[in-house]
Design a protein around this ligand. Sequence first.
Ligand code: SF4
Ligand code: SF4
Length: 188
Amino acid sequence: MTSSDNEHPTEIRLEVIAASAEPTWADNWNFRSYLFQNVPSELVDQTVHTLNKEISSKIDCTKCGHCCREIQPFMDASDIAQMADGLKETPEKVLAQTKPEDHNCVSFLKKPCPMLKDNKCTVYQFRPRDCREYPHLDKPDFLAGSVGTIENYGTCPIVFNVYNRLKTAFPYDPNIDYIGDSNPEDMF
Ligand code: SF4
Ligand code: SF4
C-alpha cells in the first residue's frame, strides 16, 4: 500500500522497499557522487530537511517499527545509564544484553531489539540517542552522513522516500558515471 498525494506517492510497503535496495544500490551511490560534485551542500541540506518533514508527517512510525527490528543502535555509557534508570535496573543488567562496538559503544546482542514488545518501544522515554535521532535526516551536512542513508535505503520508508524524492529534486543523468575511479565512501 502507498499513502499518496496527487503528485508524489509515498511508498510504505516494507517488502517493496527492501526489494528495491539491491537493484538501486549502484545508482544510489552514483547519485550521491553527482550531488557532491554538482549541488552545494547547503542546498542539499535544505531540500533533505524539507522532504524529511513532509514525508515523516505521512508515515506512522508506531505502525512501522522496522528500524527496531532491523537496526542495532549504538549506545554509550550515558544511554545505558538512562535506560537502566528508566527500567529501575542496574546498568550491569542492561549491559549484559549487549556486545562491544567501536568508539566505547555497545549494541544489543540480537535483533529485533529486546526492548521492542508488540511493535512498541518499552523504553521510549529513555531510549538511546541513536534511536531518538534515527533516521538522521534532520541533521546538517547530509552528504557527509549519506553512507548511512544509502545503507538504510532498503530498511526505513522515510529514508527510501526522501532519497527518491531527492533524485526528483535534483535530476541527473544516471548513465553518466560520477564515481569514476574514486572510492565513493571517501568523498567527504
Ligand atoms: S531501544 Fe526502543 S527505539 Fe531503540 S531500537 Fe530498541 S525498541 Fe527501538
Ligand atoms: S524511522 Fe523509519 S524504519 Fe523506523 S519506524 Fe519510522 S519509518 Fe519505520
